[in-house]
Write a protein that binds this ligand. Structure first.
Ligand code: SAM
Length: 355
């Protein structure tokens, strides 16, 4: 018979309370980002709730309640004598727009975003199937903001140099495709820096492609094209020197077909650069992963379910290195090297060769 450890049980209850508080603070962190409250606070001396609300152009009563959560959550400091609130610069360094690419408040937005589909996901627990991409009102916006920090900000300095000689080739002029390009920020960044190269971006989302096209034309770029296209129907043969996917394989309906299409679309000496979640394919291999619960949650309420909604494989965000390498081999690739960047503990960068 199993014994009941009273101390273990009480410690767990305390932990659950802590989890509830942390979840609540995460939600308020998202609100602090979207309302600009963190940015406002970072630019103010210690101020009253009315002064903060005025500076942010927000309703004081709501701001005061938000401040209550943030003060008791030990994010904002409060002096009861002067009735003044302040955001320590050490915390502003991870919560403000000017702190980007280290603005963790950007990532906090995923939690309320996922909660918008909770009812539909619960239905799927009973009936199977999935929640389609179209159900997420702010997905592309939040995704672009998030990958803008992890990938785009690091592109020239860290990501592209992972492939020996790639920067030089891009300077000379090559053909580049970004599959599942979303709002196109990574490709636009490359197109700006490498005017001799030609860039193409495909995504199945009309909304994301419209954003990408409008930003590219706003920037006056003429070496870039965006197209609404299903990545499972690439149907191109030996057209590109470099194909990239940034966080865009694991939530595909048919990632196997997409990877094979990428293999075919690459020129014989081409490179496939696949950025995807760093994790093990086995749950027990993720016990020490710093963000495993967050990743499985994002997967269940987005990555896995959008794939299942399209009748797909439902790999999920935590498909892991072992599965990724197996699928790259199955797609026909001969070598795949996994590289990592110090600033980006969430992602692996697979440098994949056709031959
Ligand atoms: C996690 S997001 C990553 C977007 C972008 N690469 C980034 O890093 O911001 C995955 C993208 O894949 C796109 N996608 C999903 N299924 C697709 C398909 N079958 N064909 C093309 N794009 C697809 C989604 O619309 C979404 O923009």
């Amino acid at each position: 018979m199993q014994t009941f450890d009273q101390t273990k049980s009480e410690a767990f209850a305390e932990r659950m309370l802590d989890i509830l508080n942390s979840g609540a603070i995460a939600l308020m962190t998202s609100i602090g980002h979207r309302t600009g409250l963190f940015d406002t606070l970072a630019g103010l001396p210690p101020s009253t709730s009315q002064q903060i609300a005025d500076a942010a152009g927000l309703n004081e009563r709501y701001v005061r309640e938000w401040l209550g959560a943030m003060v008791t959550g030990r994010i904002i400091e409060y002096d009861p004598v002067t009735d003044a609130y302040s955001l320590p610069p050490e915390y502003a360094a991870f919560l403000t727009r000017s702190a980007s690419p280290n603005n963790i408040a950007v990532t906090a937005q995923f939690l309320p975003l996922l909660a918008t589909v909770e009812d539909q996901v619960i239905e799927c627990f009973y009936k199977g199937g999935g929640v389609p991409y179209s159900a997420y009102k702010r997905f592309h916006q939040v995704m672009a903001e998030d990958s803008g920090q992890t990938v785009v900000a690091a592109l020239e300095e860290f990501v592209l140099p992972l492939v020996p000689g790639l920067t030089k080739d891009l300077e000379k002029g090559i053909d580049v495709l970004d599959v599942g390009c979303g709002s196109g920020r990574a490709l636009i960044e490359m197109a700006k820096h490498f005017p001799n190269s030609r860039f193409k971006g495909y995504d199945i989302s009309q909304e994301a492609i419209a954003t990408a096209q409008s930003e590219a034309s706003h920037q006056g770029l003429n070496n870039i094209q965006f197209q609404v296209k299903d990545a499972a129907k690439l149907d191109e043969v030996e057209q590109y020197d470099l194909i990239c996917t940034f966080d865009a394989v694991h939530d595909q309906a048919r990632p196997d077909v997409v990877l094979h299409g990428i293999y075919q679309a690459l020129r014989p000496d081409g490179i496939y650069l696949m950025q995807d979640i760093r994790a093990s394919s086995n749950v027990h291999g993720n016990m020490d992963h710093p963000s495993a619960p967050l990743l499985y949650t994002i997967s269940c309420l987005h990555c896995m379910t959008v794939s299942l909604a399209a009748g797909g494989m439902g790999l999920g965000a935590v498909w892991g290195e072992e599965k990724a390498l197996e699928m790259l081999t199955d797609a026909g690739f001969t070598t795949a090297e996994i590289k990592r960047l110090e600033h980006d503990f969430l992602n692996n960068y697979y440098i994949v060769k056709k031959n």
